[in-house]
Design a protein around this ligand. Structure first.
Ligand code: B12
Ligand code: SF4
Length: 467
C-alpha cells in the first residue's frame, strides 16, 4: 500500500512574521509515531510542508494529515485534493479533536485524541475493507509501542532532529490549554515506562535532546527514575516544566545533573486574579523570582512564556512583563495574545459571554485578537504584544539581561543563545537554503554545555571587553 503522511504548513507561512528557522526546529514527531504502525511492505512518504515543497501529483492509497488550528484550512484543501483523486484520507490531531464535525467534511475517517491505540485499530479495519468514519481514543497507554520511524525524517532539514516525548498530557487543568479537550474521555496524563524512554534516548544519535513533553517533571517518580537512568549518558537536553515543580523538592537538581540546560516555563501572568480565572493553580502564590534564581544557580537557561489579554490586564502589562524578563535574566521570552482554542473551557466561557469576534482559524495564531477584550482595547493588545517582542529582543536588553548572571560562561551562553535565535535571521535563512542546519547542532550543544559558577572576576573582564 502507498501511504502519504503530511504535516501542512501553518497559516503564518504566508505572513510577514514567517521565520523559517522557527519551523525548521522539530520534525513531525506525531506522524513518525503513526508511521511505526504501518507494515514494512508499505511504501511510505512523509512530507513536512514547513521545510519542503509538497508533491501533490502522486497517487497514494492512504493519506494521513495532521491538523493544527492554523493549518486547518490548508489541511482541508489537501484532503479534498486527494479525495478527489480517490485516495482514502484520514485527518487527526488537536484541531480535529476539538471540531470533529468541521473536519469530517474533508475526511474519510477522523481521529479524536491520541492515536497510539486507535490508528492500529483503523489499519486492521481498513485492511478488512470496513473502516469506520470516526475513531475515538479509548485506551491510553504508551507501553509496547513500535519504535518511531525516525528513518522517515529528513534530519538535515531540522536544527533539532532529536525531539521526543516520553509522557503525554499534563497533570494540570489550565482553562486556556488544549489538554483537557484533546485527552477527553480518558487519562490526560500518562508516561512511558522508564526503560522504554531510556531505550528511545539510546537510539538517538549525538548529544542533544529536546523533550517536547508538556511537563517533563509532571510525574516526579517517573522523572526521577528517568534522570537517574540518564546520568552517564552524556546528554544535554531542553524541556518544559511548571513553576511549582521547579520550586518543590530536588527534582530540578536531578534534571540538571542528567543534562537539563534550558527549560520552558509558563509564567503566563503576574496577576493573581488572572491566574485564578485561568485555573492556573500551580502558579498561584508561587514566587517566580525564586524559581528563576534556582534555575540560574543550576546553570539552566529559561524560556519564559507570557500571555497578554487576560481580563485583569491593563495597558501597563507589556512594560512590566518585559522589564521583569530583562531584570530576571530570562534567556528567551515567548509572548502570546490570549487565544481561545475551540474545545477549551476558555472558548466555552467566551462563547457564553458572546465575546468571540471571529472564527477564522487562521487568526488563532497567538498574534491576533479574536475576542472582545476587557481592560485594554484589541489595538492596544496587538500593539503591546508586538512592542514586547521588539523591546525584549533589543540588543541593549539582551546585554542587560545577560550581564545579570554570576558566571562568565552563563553570560556568554545567554548572549549567543538569545542573539543567535533572534538576531541572525538572514544567516539562518542561508543555512536552511544550503541544507546546513544539522551541521549547526554541535554549536547548539556547546552553547548548552555545563555552566561553572562563581566566576565574578571573569564577568568583570567580559564587561570590560564588550561594553
Ligand atoms: C513541536 C510543537 C510545535 C512545532 C510544530 C511542528 C512540528 N514539527 O511538530 C512548532 C515549533 C512549529 C510549533 C509552533 C507553535 N505551537 Co506548538 N507545539 C509543539 C509541541 C511541543 C509538540 C508536538 C508534538 O510533537 N507532540 C508529540 C506527538 C507524538 O503528538 P501529536 O503531534 O499530537 O500527534 C499525536 C496525535 O495528535 C495524533 N495525530 C496527530 N495528527 C494525526 C493525524 C491522523 C490522521 C491521525 C490518525 C492521528 C494524528 O497521533 C499522534 C500520536 O498520538 C506541542 C505540545 C505537545 N506536547 O504536543 C505544542 C503545541 C501543539 N503548540 C501550541 C502552540 C500554541 C504553538 C504556537 C501557536 C506557539 C506560538 N505562539 O508560536 C505555534 C504555532 C502553532 C499554530 N499556529 O497553530 C499548542 C497548541 C494549542 C492548540 N490547541 O492548537 C501546543 C499543544 C502546546 C500547548 N501546550 O499549548 N509547535
Ligand atoms: S500546565 Fe501547561 S500543559 Fe499543563 S494544563 Fe497548564 S498550560 Fe496545559
Amino acid at each position: 500500500m502507498k501511504v502519504k503522511l503530511i504535516l501542512p504548513a501553518l497559516a503564518e507561512a504566508e505572513s510577514p512574521f514567517w521565520r523559517p528557522i522557527k519551523y525548521s526546529l522539530f520534525p513531525p514527531l506525531g506522524l513518525a509515531t503513526l508511521a511505526a504502525f504501518l507494515s514494512p511492505d508499505d511504501e511510505i512518504d512523509l512530507q513536512d510542508q514547513h521545510v519542503e515543497n509538497l508533491n501533490l501529483n502522486d497517487e497514494p492509497d492512504l493519506v494521513i494529515i495532521q491538523v493544527y488550528i492554523t493549518n486547518a484550512y490548508r489541511a482541508y484543501n489537501i484532503a479534498d485534493h486527494y479525495r478527489a483523486k480517490g485516495a482514502y484520507v484520514l485527518l487527526g490531531g488537536l484541531h480535529v479533536t476539538a471540531l470533529p464535525e468541521e473536519a469530517a467534511q474533508h475526511a474519510d475517517s477522523i481521529f479524536l485524541g491520541p492515536a497510539e491505540e486507535s490508528f492500529p485499530r483503523f489499519l486492521a479495519n481498513f485492511r478488512d475493507k470496513r473502516p469506520q468514519k470516526v475513531y475515538k481514543s479509548v485506551t491510553r497507554t504508551l507501553s509496547n509501542l513500535p519504535p518511531i520511524r525516525r528513518d522517515l525524517i529528513k534530519r538535515n532539514k531540522y536544527l533539532v532532529p532529536n525531539s521526543l516525548v516520553v509522557t503525554r498530557g499534563c497533570p494540570h487543568h489550565c482553562d486556556f490549554c488544549y489538554k483537557d479537550a484533546f485527552f477527553e474521555g480518558g487519562k490526560s496524563f500518562y508516561t512511558q515506562l522508564v526503560d522504554d524512554a531510556l531505550a528511545e534516548i539510546g537510539r538517538l544519535p549525538g548529544k542533544h535532546l529536546y523533550f517536547l513533553d508538556d511537563h517533563l517533571l509532571g510525574n516526579p517518580r517517573f522523572a526521577q527514575e528517568l534522570f537517574d537512568g540518564m546520568k552517564g549518558m552524556n546528554r544535554v537536553f531542553q524541556s518544559a516544566a511548571t513553576i511549582d515543580s521547579i520550586l518543590n523538592g530536588d527534582l530540578i537538581e536531578k534534571a540538571a545533573e542528567a543534562g537539563l540546560r534550558s527549560v520552558f516555563v509558563g509564567f503566563e501572568t503576574f496577576s493573581p486574579e488572572n491566574l485564578k480565572q485561568s485555573n492556573k493553580k500551580q502558579n498561584i502564590a508561587r514566587n517566580y523570582e525564586d524559581a528563576v534564581r534556582r534555575l540560574h544557580s543550576l546553570g539552566i537557561m529559561i524560556n519564559g512564556s507570557f500571555v497578554f489579554g487576560l481580563d485583569h490586564d491593563d495597558k501597563d502589562v507589556f512594560r512590566r512583563t518585559v522589564e521583569w524578563g530583562v531584570e530576571n535574566a530570562i534567556t528567551t521570552a515567548t509572548y502570546h495574545v490570549l487565544t481561545l482554542y475551540p474545545g477549551t473551557r476558555l472558548f466555552q466561557r467566551m462563547e457564553t459571554e458572546g465575546r468571540i469576534i471571529t472564527r477564522n482559524w487562521d487568526l488563532y495564531d497567538t498574534r491576533h485578537v479574536v475576542y472582545k477584550t476587557h481592560g485594554l482595547t484589541a489595538e492596544e493588545l496587538e500593539e503591546g504584544y508586538n512592542w514586547s517582542y521588539k523591546e525584549f529582543y533589543k540588543w541593549t536588553n539582551i546585554f542587560n539581561a545577560s550581564f545579570k548572571h554570576d558566571s562568565a560562561k552563563h553570560i556568554l551562553k545567554h548572549l549567543f543563545y538569545t542573539g543567535g535565535w533572534k538576531k541572525f535571521e538572514p544567516l539562518w535563512n542561508f543555512i536552511i537554503k544550503t541544507e546546513g542546519l544539522n551541521k549547526m547542532l554541535p554549536l547548539l550543544e556547546s552553547i548548552l554545555s555545563k555552566v561553572e559558577y562563581g566566576k565574578r572576576e571573569q564577568v568583570k573582564e567580559i564587561e570590560r571587553v564588550i561594553v
